[in-house]
Design a protein around this ligand. Structure first.
Ligand code: FUB
Ligand code: ZN
Length: 646
């Protein structure tokens, strides 16, 4: 594994190569550009099923929940207060009827997810519904652009303990005013890009103008209590070209620390931070925002910092399932190696880790980041939604006793939550997942994610059609057909997952008991190619490509037995199982949990089409193990990923 120093140098070198020679900072961006999700669609298999369930069940369900739970009504109430006050009822106000000052964001995330779905498939009824929602949101915006229903509903005094007497006053703690802005911007940009309509985008821009007036000169220094406004502003910058939004994002980053609360990453200047700490969603959104600013300004201090923080996370704080945020208290990262099996691992933290990992890849071109992305996607992220699409996990532990109400007052998957951040976050990420499949740099095409899909990318000035057929993650055979519009010379870079090379994660936090690399192979048009992964973890195929050229990658998928670093107390003397990118668990729906598993390779794989959907189960030492993501779809039952070794 590369040392942190080496990786840092690579990251910084990549960044410098993209900034040096640019006419202005405006010309800088990630050295590697993702192929947008709209250019790739899944056609079959695992992610097709997940995305279809998302589109047909989860999105309508989440939209309905936002309405039924009163989250949309909050906008109507805020508008009503403004209307009645303007008409002379000077003291009229309404106590906010829902629980949290960030409830507005669930509606924003739902609009964002629905917009991504609309980008892929027209749906006039859905589009009309969003038009209606957006009109209600716009009506709740105060004349100067402020949009935060909990204050507008109850303007004379704070309507909630977390809300300050004045605007922004309590944002560094818990008001979430700027957090609401961030999610608003992400929704506004997604909706504009999906429909071409400026209705929500104009609400965003009016709101951003207010932020610019209040914070743009950098004098009023507020560290957003819950990050995301930074990423939201960057999206506004990208869509509008207005450099103020980029500047503002950097102002908010630079306002953090020193000497504040690590819970919200305010303990040090961001460029001086070295460890993943505090509330995990906040943290991962911050690190993602820092990556954006590093890429867009070329300021390598942010890149240095997030590389150090990444190394800390990936070698000491990452669960085998790709979850992070071990502790329920503070929904936070734990200390080094503090990885109890009854992890908190909020679904939103998994979403945020995927955002961060992808940005690290875009900065560095290193496949190891996408290895972590893949691990999270197939395990601690997709576990957050039921097979049916309408029940959700907020925490994603690696053990469950069959009874505990550990899912925010629910035992087992819940239809919705008082604090409902996770379901719409998962929904928006899943709807746009194809945006993580491919990326391009000059004459190189990066193939990062394996899924049956069709798409196209512009590589070395040529449009290239891309078709993958595969049954991944159940089978490691992948056929990629490339069809450039005309024959063209470029390089295809295939990610060779760490698990094929005998390495579950890019650190020594976990290892296989049999760590040898599998005998993978690659052919082009049927001819075997001798290629080995480069220093960045890619198989590099450079040639003049012609329409219909076929690359076939065979990634053997033996069952791996995993052990954890000796400093992980919870997993000492225990083993876990994975196959390909999928982590397995035992669930009492199949048999009483085995207390101990005998050492030795003794697994049989079985392909099944069951109530859990189509998947591969394992027979381990006489017990059935199912993919971790599929647990708690057959009623309440004890579950465990790690078991003692006999
Ligand atoms: O604070 C807003 C969201 O609610 C956080 O991201 C989640 O962790 C939950 O606390
Ligand atoms: Zn959440």
């Amino acid at each position: 594994m590369a040392t942190p120093h080496v990786v840092t140098s690579r990251l910084v070198a990549a960044l410098l190569s993209c900034v040096v020679g640019s006419a202005s900072l405006r010309a800088a961006d990630y050295p590697i550009q993702p192929v947008p999700f709209t250019a790739v669609r899944v056609t079959d298999g695992f992610w097709k099923a997940k995305q279809e369930t998302n589109r047909t069940v989860t999105i309508p369900f989440a939209l309905a929940q936002c309405e039924e739970s009163g989250r949309l009504k909050n906008f109507d109430l805020a508008a009503e207060v403004m209307r009645r006050r303007a008409a002379g009822e000077k003291d009229f106000q309404i106590k906010p009827p829902t629980i949290y000052p960030f409830d507005d964001t669930d509606a924003y995330k739902a609009i964002e997810g629905a917009s991504y779905a609309l980008s892929m498939q027209p749906d006039p009824a859905l589009e009309a519904m969003l038009d209606g929602w957006i009109a209600r949101i716009a009506a709740a915006q105060e004349p100067d652009g402020y949009l935060y229903t909990f204050r507008t509903m109850h303007p004379d005094a704070p309507g909630h303990d977390w809300v300050g007497a004045k605007r922004w006053e309590k944002d560094p703690k818990l008001s979430h005013e700027l957090y609401n802005c961030g999610h608003l911007y992400e929704a506004g940009v997604a909706h504009f890009q999906a429909t071409g309509k400026r209705t929500l985008l104009d609400v965003c821009l009016k709101n951003a103008e207010l932020l610019w007036r209040d914070f743009g000169d950098g004098k009023r220094r507020i560290a957003p209590g819950h990050e995301i406004v930074e990423m939201g502003l960057v999206k506004l910058y990208r869509v509008s070209g207005d450099a103020r939004w980029l500047k503002l994002a950097q102002i908010f980053l630079d306002a953090r620390g020193p000497g504040g609360n690590p819970y919200s990453q305010q303990h040090a200047l961001v460029v001086d931070q070295t460890e993943a700490v505090g509330h995990a969603v906040r943290a991962n959104y911050l690190y993602s925002g820092m990556a954006d600013i590093a890429a867009l300004t070329g300021d390598v201090r942010y890149a240095h910092a997030i590389e150090h923080i990444w190394q800390n996370m990936v070698s000491r704080k990452l669960y085998l399932t790709g979850g992070v945020g071990a502790l329920a208290k503070g929904e936070a990262y734990g200390a080094d190696y503090e990885l109890p099996h009854d992890a908190y691992n909020e679904t939103c933290a998994a979403v945020a880790l995927m955002m961060w990992a992808h940005r690290m890849f875009l900065l560095s071109g290193d496949a190891r980041y996408m290895d972590v992305f893949e691990r999270t996607a197939f395990n601690g992220f997709i576990s957050g939604v039921s097979v049916g699409g309408d029940r959700f996990f907020y925490p994603n532990p690696l053990v469950y006793d069959g009874q505990k109400k550990n899912n925010h007052e629910h035992a087992g998957r819940a239809p919705w939550f008082g604090c409902a951040c996770c379901p719409p976050n998962l929904m928006r990420t899943l709807a746009a997942l194809t945006g993580y499949f491919y990326a391009v740099k000059d004459d190189a095409l990066f193939v990062n994610f394996y899924a049956a899909s069709e798409g196209e990318a512009r590589v070395a000035g040529t449009v290239v059609k891309l078709a993958q057929t595969t049954d991944y993650p159940w089978n490691g055979g992948i056929k990629l057909t490339l069809s450039p519009a005309s024959p063209a010379k470029f390089t295809v870079r295939l990610r060779l997952p760490g698990w094929v090379q005998g390495r579950p994660v890019p650190s020594d936090l976990y290892a296989y008991r049999e760590p040898s690399a599998s005998a993978w192979q690659v052919t082009v048009n049927g001819e075997r190619v001798t290629a080995s992964p480069d220093a960045h973890g890619y198989l590099t195929l450079e040639r003049r490509w012609q329409a219909g050229d076929r690359v076939e990658l065979e990634l053997p998928m033996p069952v791996h037995t995993v052990v954890a670093h000796e400093k992980v107390d919870a997993a000492r003397g225990q083993i876990a199982f994975e196959r390909g990118p999928v982590v397995y668990c035992f669930e009492q729906a199949d048999q009483p949990l085995p207390t101990a598993i005998s050492a030795g390779p003794h697994t049989v794989t079985r392909e099944q089409s069951s109530p859990l959907g189509r998947l591969v189960t394992l027979d381990v030492d006489g017990a059935t193990a199912i993919p971790y993501f599929a647990w708690n779809n057959r009623g309440l039952a004890p579950m465990a990923v790690w078991r003692a070794v006999k």
